[in-house]
Design a protein around this ligand. Structure first.
Ligand SMILES: [Zn+2]
Length: 120
């Protein structure tokens, strides 16, 4: 005799009834639908973050180009153009400096409000 495999709902943690499909991860249609809605919200947020990240990268690219490749600029230039300081693609370290990654560029914000632009 094969012992029945006990499965739990990935959303509510409840026991999956035996009649649920073998591949099902949710105990009910309701849990499935809620999960699907949650995933759609996460996907929308990810897309919005991507757009902001791209916008940040384009802003830095414009400044880098206008400044003739000068890698030190005032943070005020970025602030005035609506740069979003909350959104980046993670941290890295270059020349012992903490760098916030964007896409084609990264930046280091110094306490004196100077920004060093890194071109990758
Ligand atoms: Zn459930």
């Amino acid at each position: 005799m094969i012992a029945p495999k006990i499965r739990f709902c990935q959303l509510c943690g409840g026991l999956l009834p035996d009649y649920r499909n073998g591949n099902s991860k949710y105990c009910s249609g309701e849990c499935y639908d809620i999960n699907k809605a949650n995933e759609a919200i996460v996907a929308r947020k990810k897309k919005a973050l991507k757009i902001i990240l791209l916008r940040n990268d384009n802003l830095v690219h414009d400044i880098y180009t206008i400044e003739g490749g000068n890698i030190y600029v005032s943070a005020k230039i970025l602030i005035d153009k609506g740069f979003n300081w909350e959104i980046n693609a993670g941290d890295t370290t270059l020349d012992n400096l903490k760098v916030k990654k964007l896409i084609r560029y990264g930046y280091t914000l110094f306490t004196n409000q100077t920004v060093k632009i890194w071109k990758f």
